[in-house]
Design a protein around this ligand. Sequence first.
Ligand code: KG4
Ligand code: ZN
Length: 290
Amino acid sequence: MVPEVASRHHVEVITTCINEALAEANITAKELSAVAVTEGPGLVGALLVGIAAAKAFAWANQLPIIPVNHMAGHLWAARQVKPLEFPLMSLLVSGGHTELVYVKAPGDYKIIGETRDDAVGEAYDKVGRVMKLTYPAGREIDELAHQGQDVFAFPRAMMKHDDPDFEFSFSGLKSAFINTVHNAEQKGETLDKKDLSASFQAAVLDVLLAKTKKALAQFPVNMLVVAGGVAANKGLRDRLAVELLDVDVVIPPLRLCGDNAGMIAYASVCEYNQQHFADLDLNARPSLSF
Ligand code: KG4
Ligand code: ZN
């Protein structure tokens, strides 16, 4: 992803996008109660385009602005499935983040653990590049994984007894994957992408499942929300369904797992109810955390 190209693309499409959304929802600006916009985290250029458009739209239509955290948006996409019950645990897995977040009440988020290096989706995309798959590669690796075997015994990091309970690390797995492929290439061998994918995915899922189970053991909740682009992963969904029987596992529908505007609207409802509005001096917060 080239940040400058992404920002310019946002500028080109944002007005059409807003107009099409209103037309599709069959609603006029006058009928809206507020404008929700992502304030961060993310690429500063893209965030600024969204914020500038939201401010102009809000000012022109006399509407309040609600700043939304992108990761809260991912979490609230689960609201499409059913009302969320608090407190809840959430596993948020995307291209930029991997975190376990305890949500005591709407708006009350606490990160109990996160990745120290690569995010899960980022690791998928990087090993995808080594296998010469198209970017983003998560979905294709997921499909290949289902046709292969876990034969490469890739490392599962942060799983030792004295490792922090809820921290993640995926850079070692990524390096092990790259070394395996390069060593084979030097010997003139080509490894089976299906087995490589199955082995990579098994290593990722073992860690995600183990850490989530630990979090649920320490923080008693009735509901687990798994969200973010990687929550579309079929292998992850299958294992959650089989291995987590004592908690209500809620995962957004596939089309709401990846980045979308609907999730930002859902996340803005609790802020709206608390009348948490921003002024016209709202700025982008590229490194915003919970
Ligand atoms: O949440 P998202 O749409 O964007 C960010 O906020 O980062 O997540 C995108 C990430 C990409 O890294 C993509 O490869 C990954 O989600 N992804 C998947 C799958 N579908 C998308 N990863 C694993 N399995 C999938 N089925
Ligand atoms: Zn995202």
